[in-house]
Design a protein around this ligand. Structure first.
Ligand code: DX5
Ligand code: ZN
Length: 223
């Protein structure tokens, strides 16, 4: 069953616990936690102390997306702070094979993120080491950007790569996702759809989340 992962980037940081709890009550299973360092991406968000605090108040699976320049040094600390999944950008990692293994040994699911310009073919050999791949469908750094149209084609390519090799890979997509394009994402082969501004920027975040979740479930049945 595909899942919608609300992104806290568009939540109200003054009431983060409240917003997270609302998503849990709405039926979410995952929470997307965007870490930006003002270096790899031109924006700064939250890090380990905020993650550790959220860990204490939610049972959601916390999906940490590291948009930082030094994931080789920092990724494991996010697992210690309570991440269930940790994804690192292909563009930032020096020793990807080793880092994915270290994240797994610490007890979290390791994932690799690809920027829009990075082709899925770079993952050909490392794919069996990934629990999931996150396809960025905007350039990372900001919420509420426009969906990049060639992203679904990347998802389709990645899904065939994974099927051809008999892998049990989860594919996540992040950026510009909302009720209007969630079904297309699932039809292309996406398992997890991240959504920030479409949910938290809407009049009724709970309802928008549920609309997206239903659309995703329906698309999965039909495809
Ligand atoms: C952007 C972040 C996203 C962001 C998506 O760099 O990685 O997770 O929250 O925001 P929306 O859903 O508004 O495009
Ligand atoms: Zn993200």
């Amino acid at each position: 069953m595909p899942q919608i992962a609300p992104s806290i980037l568009s939540a109200d940081f003054a009431h983060l616990g409240r917003d997270v709890q609302a998503m849990e009550e709405a039926g979410a299973r995952m929470l997307h936690f965007d870490v930006m360092d003002g270096h790899f991406v031109p924006n700064l968000t939250v890090g380990i102390p905020v993650l550790a605090s959220l860990r204490k108040m939610t049972r959601l699976h916390i999906d940490v997306h590291l948009m930082i320049s030094n994931p080789d040094e920092m990724a494991e600390a996010y697992v210690d702070a309570g991440a269930d999944m940790v994804s690192v950008h292909y563009e930032t990692v020096r020793h990807l094979d080793r880092l994915l293994m270290r994240i797994r040994e610490k007890g979290a699911k390791p994932g690799v993120v690809l920027n829009p310009h990075t082709p899925v073919s770079v993952l050909e050999d490392i794919l069996p080491r990934c629990d999931f791949v996150l396809i960025m469908s905007v350039n990372p750094g900001f919420a509420a950007q426009k969906f990049i149209s060639y992203s679904f084609e990347k998802v389709r390519k990645l899904r065939s790569m994974s099927n051809e090799r008999g892998l049990d890979l989860r594919i996540e997509i992040d950026g510009g996702m909302g009720p209007h394009n969630v079904a297309q994402a699932v039809e292309a082969g996406v398992d997890w759809v991240v959504s920030g501004s479409a949910i938290f920027g809407s009049e009724d975040p709970l309802r928008t989340f549920q609309t997206m979740q239903q659309a995703a479930a329906q698309a999965a049945v039909c495809s």
